[in-house]
Structure formats: C-alpha cells, structure tokens
Unconditional design. Structure first.
Length: 276
C-alpha cells in the first residue's frame, strides 16, 4: 500500500511539473525549486571536525545524518592517519570520507566515475574550502586500461551500486541498470604513472563488486601503501577469494573486519612490511 501511494504521488508530481514547465513563469518556479534544493546543507560534527555537506535530496541527507553512526570503524581508521598522509578514496560517492580526511589535513584523491555524484562532490569541496588538498579523478578504476560501459542502478544524487565493464553488483548478482554510458577506466598502477600521482599511504575501495579487479591492477601501488580498507562480500566468492588471495600475496594481514549489512563487510588490511 505504501509503495502504491508513493507511485501515485510521483505521478501527480510529474503531471504538475509537466504543466508548470509549459509556462514561462512555471519554468522559472521549477528552476528556483531545483536551485533551492541544491543549496541545502547539513553540518556534520565528528570527533572535533566540522564540515558541511550538500544535501539536495533525501539520500544525500541520509548519508550526512548517519555519517558518524553508519561506519564508525571507517572513521576510526581515518583518525589514525598521520598528518599529511596521502589517501586514495576509490568509489568516493559524494565525498563523505574524503572530506573528513581532507579536513584532518591529509591529501585526498577521490575516484568517482558517476557524473551524478561528481556534481555533489564539487559542491562539497567548494563549501568546505578544501580545493588545495582534495583532488577529484572522474574516472573508473579497473584491472586494465580500457573504454567500457559504466552501468548505474540510479541517476539520483548520492546513489551507489554501479559497475564498470561488468554487469554485477557487490554480491555477484546482475544489477538492474538504469543508466549506461561509455567512459574510460585505468588500472591503479597506470594512473599513478600517467598522472605522476603520489603513492597513497592509505587506500579505501568501495565500488560494489569489482574490488578484486581493482586490486589486481594496482599491485605496485598497494605494495607501497600502509593500509587498505576494502568492502568484501562472502556471498560473492570470486570477489571474496580474489581480495584475500591478492592481499596475502602482497604480504598484507587482515587486522579487522566489521559487518555493514547482511551482504557486505569492510576489512582493514595492513602491510606486514614497515612502510614509512
């Protein structure tokens, strides 16, 4: 019943929008509504750090409101970074953890191929004045360099569950794509060399399914990093086994694992070699 009501309300709203957009002042009104939504902000306070997040819709608002409670161990991991560390946030969405790390005086490289999320990332960087230490790379990472399809399950700001060059989600099940467009993907090792990026001290990878492939394309980068936080799913054997095998091969040990939901967990791995 609740779903039915939502569908009907959406139909009514779409009808109103179509009517208003056919008139000059109706279009002006709609533009102002959109602009007002894009100006909405939420102040986040966590462990002595304050920053603002752009919250133009319900999903972005939820991400901002649950910042401290959704993944507290991810925040604890970031809190342990040495000042001026280099942090690669792969699949940074709207930049939640990237912004937090940047506000703690680290140099952040956020990888995010979704154009819907990139708009919000850009706004968040601007309102927090972190242009000097938060660098956005609007590309997908992969095991090899190639042009391929980015498939997204939603075009909503703040949405997740997209995949590059594959058709499965983080649990290995085929995604229900709503948007598809071709873009470029690079391996971590190649993008570091091509753009002459500093090797990361810390890496977070949360891309809903191809984490193991990204690791495969970043062995040199990973071997020189201190610690990795990566999303993993025991329901997806190829991903789960691939992550564990590759990181152990590179002399990493898993020091913590915490459940995100019934399907996913985050794992923290540390390099057994002492990286300064």
């Amino acid at each position: 019943m609740k779903k039915f009501i939502k569908i009907q309300v959406k139909k009514i709203f779409n009808f109103i929008v179509s009517v208003l957009s056919s008139f000059q002042y109706g279009g002006f009104l709609l533009d102002n509504i959109i602009d007002s939504c894009l100006e909405r902000k939420y102040l986040v306070k966590h462990n002595g750090v304050e920053f603002k997040l752009n919250v133009p819709n319900k999903l972005c608002y939820w991400r901002a409101k649950t910042f401290s409670s959704k993944e507290p161990k991810t925040l604890e991991w970031i809190d342990k970074f040495s000042t001026n560390s280099v942090f690669w946030d792969v699949g940074c969405n709207i930049g939640l953890y990237s912004i937090y790390a940047a506000k703690k005086n680290n140099f952040v490289y956020g990888f995010e191929p979704s154009f819907f999320n990139l708009e919000i990332i850009a706004r968040n960087i601007n309102i927090n004045n972190i242009n000097n230490n938060f660098f956005v790379l609007p590309i997908a990472l992969n095991d090899t360099d190639k042009m391929s399809e980015l498939k997204l399950t939603s075009g909503v700001w703040g949405s997740a569950h997209s995949t590059f060059d594959k058709n499965y989600d983080g649990d290995g099940v085929k995604i229900n794509e709503k948007f598809i467009y071709k873009t470029i993907g690079f391996s971590m090792d190649h993008i570091l060399k091509v753009l002459k990026l500093p090797n990361p001290n810390y890496i977070k990878i949360d891309v809903d399914g191809i984490e193991h492939l990204i690791l495969k394309g970043g062995k040199d980068v990973i071997s020189k990093s201190k610690s990795i936080l990566i999303e993993n799913s025991k329901k997806f054997a190829e991903q789960h086994n691939g992550i564990n095998h590759l990181l152990k091969e590179l002399n990493f040990s898993m020091i913590d694992e915490f459940v995100i939901n019934n399907d996913y967990s985050n794992q923290i791995w540390e390099n057994d070699k002492k990286i300064i």
